[in-house]
Design a protein. Structure first.
Length: 341
């Protein structure tokens, strides 16, 4: 009798071990990468919250492995997600444009009047349709769009309050015809320079200024080599929280739901935090000695009138009038959703 009980207990122990081993072996690993290194940046803290949420909700069945600032630039991260060597990543619309040209439509100057309107747009059918087209063409699924930040101007020559103040300035841009056209429409000369070489170019006077989101101006040392900043918010930058579609669809439905919900949590938390920290970042930049001008609505309209049409003309050549018209209509819908008019 005792021997039978011992054998039964042994069989239970073996079965428990096999189940436990099977669970460990079957654990889903999700590697997620950003170009931003580990630190206090909103993107990093947001993905740490994503990791905690996903691992808790899945009861450990999913392990999120973060790679912050370790797997190359955003273009490389996008390519790795597309190829499936990386499960998840975060990339700006500009980096994705090399693989999916239609996303350039988001670079129309003064497209979104506020962050809140842009956030509403993220849930508009137009944004969902573009994400689906991107998935079909590249194999990248956008779990959600999030804010990368409005881009602003800095330089070391003079304050920029009106478009006339841009005349003759040598401005660094990304290697993008859209951004080059924007600068040229305002009378500045555009010089494409990589992010890695930008600080040196600014310090040595190869270029007078550049444009970037406020946190980047502070956190990446741009404010240390510039004298003036204008909060003119000329282009709203998007981030795509993306995942390899084949990997995503291979997961059980409950795991897909947890990852999708976690991406939304990342989006809502990071969007709110960026908006809340905007004034704090402006103050930090001022503390570094920069003169900061907050562009008025009237001044912003002057910039829009000069820059929007030339850039839109180029974008229409690249993606077609129908896509541009659809985007503009969707933005108007989003305005009404937020503001009621």
């Amino acid at each position: 009798m005792k021997s039978s009980a011992m054998r039964a207990l042994g069989m239970v122990a073996v079965a428990t071990f096999l189940v436990t081993s099977s669970q460990v072996w079957a654990q889903t690993i999700v590697k997620v990468a950003t170009v931003v290194p580990d630190g206090p940046a909103t993107e990093i803290q947001g993905f740490k919250i994503f990791k905690e949420y996903v691992e808790f909700r899945s009861n450990g069945a999913i392990e999120v492995q973060p790679f912050f600032g370790q797997l190359g630039g955003e273009r490389e991260i996008t390519e790795q997600v597309m190829q499936g060597t990386l499960e998840m990543g975060l990339a700006a619309d500009g980096a994705i444009a090399g693989f999916y040209s239609d996303i350039q439509v988001f670079s129309i100057p003064y497209l979104f009047p506020s962050s809140q309107v842009a956030w509403a747009f993220f849930d508009h059918p137009f944004a969902a349709e573009m994400a689906e087209d991107l998935r079909q063409q590249t194999g990248i699924r956008v779990l959600t769009w999030s804010e990368n930040g409005f881009r602003n101007l800095t330089n070391s020559v003079r304050p920029i309050r009106t478009p006339e103040d841009m005349a003759g300035l040598k401005m660094r841009t990304m290697e993008s015809p859209v951004y080059m056209r924007f600068m040229e429409s305002l009378g500045a000369s555009a010089t494409p320079i990589s992010a890695a070489e930008m600080i040196l170019a600014l310090r040595q006077g190869v270029v007078d200024g550049q444009e970037n989101a406020t946190p980047i101006v502070h956190d990446f040392g741009i404010a240390d080599v510039q004298q003036y900043m204008s909060i003119n918010e000329h282009i709203f930058g998007l981030h795509a929280v993306m995942i390899n579609d084949a990997f995503y669809m291979s997961l059980p439905e409950d795991q897909r739901a947890i990852i999708a919900d976690g991406a939304r949590l990342y989006r809502d938390w990071s969007n709110s935090r960026k908006a809340a920290l905007h004034q704090e970042y402006v103050k930090k930049i001022q503390d570094k000695g920069l003169e900061v001008h907050v562009t008025t609505a009237a001044e912003k309209e002057e910039f829009r009138e000069l820059s929007q049409a030339p850039v839109m003309e180029y974008i229409v050549e690249q993606v077609g009038q129908e896509l541009v018209d659809g985007l503009l209509a969707a933005v108007e819908d989003s305005k009404r959703m937020v503001r009621g008019f």
